[in-house]
Design a protein around this ligand. Structure first.
Ligand SMILES: Nc1ncnc2c1ncn2[C@@H]1O[C@H](COP(=O)(O)OP(=O)(O)OP(=O)(O)O)[C@@H](O)[C@H]1O
Ligand SMILES: [Mg+2]
Length: 340
C-alpha cells in the first residue's frame, strides 16, 4: 500500500491502468472486459488502444476513423499545441519528446469530456461516458520508414498530460511484449497488469518485463494476472515459473471464445458476479499504487534527461533539459482519488 510521502502537499492518487504481456496472452480481451466492468460500475473512462494491431474497437463494438488516429500528424500537432497551452518551457510543438513533462501553463486533460478528446474519440458508452482513442497503425506511405515507437510518442504525451482520478479512469491496451520500455510508456501508469498465459513463451515475456520494471523503478506498480487458466496445475505453473504471486487470474472461457468466433463484441452480460470480483481486484490494485504520481513524474524527468544526452535528440530537438519545470505540481483534484 502506497504511503503518502508528500503529506499535506496535494499528492494525487491517479487511476491509469495498462494491460501488457506477450502477443496473444489476452491484453485486449481483459482490457475490454475491464472497460465493460467500469461501464457497469459507472466510471467515466478514457480508453487508449496503443497497440499497432488495433483490436479494441472491434471488441468494444465501435468504429474508428483513420483521420482521428492520435499518430495522424495533424492530430498529434493539434493535441501537443493544446497540451503546451502557455508553457513557455516548450519552444515549439515540434519539440515534444515522449518524455516531455507537463509544466506551468500546460493544459491537462482532467475529464473524458475534454473537448480536445471528444472530437477524436469513439463513444463506447454515453452514461457513464466512455471514449476510445486509437494511436493508429502504419499506413501505406510509411512502409519501410516508420517506427511504431514514434507513433506512440503522442500517446505518451497524452498520458503525461492527463490527470485521472477515481471518477475518471484511463485504460490502455498496450503493444505486445516489452516495447513499453523503448521510451516512457512504462512510466505512465499507476497499475500495470501483466497478463500471463500458462505457456513458457508467455511467462518468459513476463519475467523479462518484471526485470525491466525493476531496473526502471516501477516494479511495485506491476501486477501479474493469469489468463486462460484451465486447472490448478496451470495456476501453479504460472506462479512458479514467474516467481511472483498472482494478483488475480481469469479462467479459459469457452463462451467468450464462441462469442468471438461468432463476431460478437465483449458486452456487460459477460460480467457475472465472479468476473465482477476478478475485475474489481484489478481496479482496487490501481487505486492503491505503491508509487505516487509525483514519484512517477520524477522518473519521467530522469528519463527525459537521459534522452537529452542522445545524439538524435541533440541534433533533432536541441537541448530539451529546460522543458523540466522544477516548480510544477499537479493540481489536487476533488473526489475520493485525491490525497492530501
Ligand atoms: N480467458 C480467455 N478465454 C478464452 N479465450 C480467450 C481468453 N482470453 C483471451 N482469449 C482469446 O485469445 C485470443 C488472444 O486474445 P487477445 O487478442 O485479447 O490477446 P492480445 O494479448 O491482446 O493479443 P495481441 O498481442 O495480438 O494484441 C483471442 O482470440 C481471445 O478471444
Ligand atoms: Mg491485443
Amino acid at each position: 500500500m502506497y504511503t503518502d510521502p508528500f503529506q499535506g502537499h496535494g499528492v494525487i492518487c491517479e487511476m491509469k491502468f495498462a494491460f501488457v504481456g506477450k502477443g496473444g496472452s489476452g491484453k485486449s480481451t481483459i482490457s475490454a472486459l475491464f472497460v465493460k466492468y467500469l461501464e457497469k460500475s459507472n466510471r467515466n473512462t478514457l480508453v487508449v488502444d496503443a497497440d499497432i494491431n488495433m483490436n479494441l474497437a472491434g471488441l468494444l463494438d465501435v468504429l474508428i476513423e483513420p483521420g482521428k488516429f492520435l499518430s495522424h500528424p495533424d492530430v498529434a500537432r493539434a493535441l501537443r499545441s493544446y497540451f503546451r497551452g502557455t508553457n513557455r518551457r516548450i519552444k515549439d510543438v515540434s519539440q515534444y519528446l515522449p518524455t516531455t513533462p507537463a509544466g506551468t501553463g500546460s493544459n491537462l486533460v482532467k475529464s473524458v469530456e475534454d473537448p480536445e478528446l471528444a472530437r477524436l474519440g469513439s463513444t463506447v458508452s454515453k452514461d457513464p461516458l466512455i471514449r476510445l482513442l486509437t494511436v493508429g497503425t502504419y499506413d501505406a506511405k510509411g512502409i519501410g520508414e516508420t517506427c511504431y515507437h514514434s507513433h506512440l510518442f503522442v500517446a505518451e504525451n497524452l498520458l503525461s498530460h492527463t490527470l485521472s482520478d477515481s471518477e475518471f479512469h484511463v485504460v490502455c491496451d498496450m503493444v505486445a511484449g516489452t516495447d513499453a520500455f523503448a521510451y516512457s510508456m512504462h512510466l505512465q501508469f499507476d497499475g500495470i497488469f501483466l497478463i500471463a498465459e500458462p505457456s513458457p513463451e508467455s511467462v518468459e515475456v513476463c519475467k523479462l518485463y518484471l526485470d525491466l520494471a525493476k531496473e526502471s523503478g516501477v516494479a511495485d506498480l506491476v501486477h501479474v494476472v493469469g489468463n486462460k487458466i484451465q486447472d490448478q496445475e496451470d495456476l501453479e505453473y504460472v506462479v512458479k515459473a514467474i516467481g511472483k504471486e498472482l494478483l488475480q487470474w481469469f479462467p479459459a472461457l469457452p463462451a467468450l471464445k464462441k462469442a468471438r468466433q461468432q463476431g460478437r463484441p465483449i458486452d456487460c452480460l459477460m460480467i457475472d458476479q465472479a468476473m465482477d470480483e476478478r475485475l474489481s481486484s484489478i481496479e482496487a490494485a490501481g487505486l492503491n499504487p505503491r508509487l505516487s504520481n509525483q514519484e512517477r513524474v520524477r522518473l519521467l524527468e530522469k528519463l527525459h534527461l537521459k534522452l537529452n544526452g542522445k545524439q538524435w535528440v541533440q541534433s533533432g530537438y536541441g537541448d530539451v533539459s529546460g522543458q523540466i519545470d522544477p516548480y510544477f505540481q499537479f493540481p489536487a483534484l476533488q473526489g475520493t482519488g485525491t490525497r492530501g
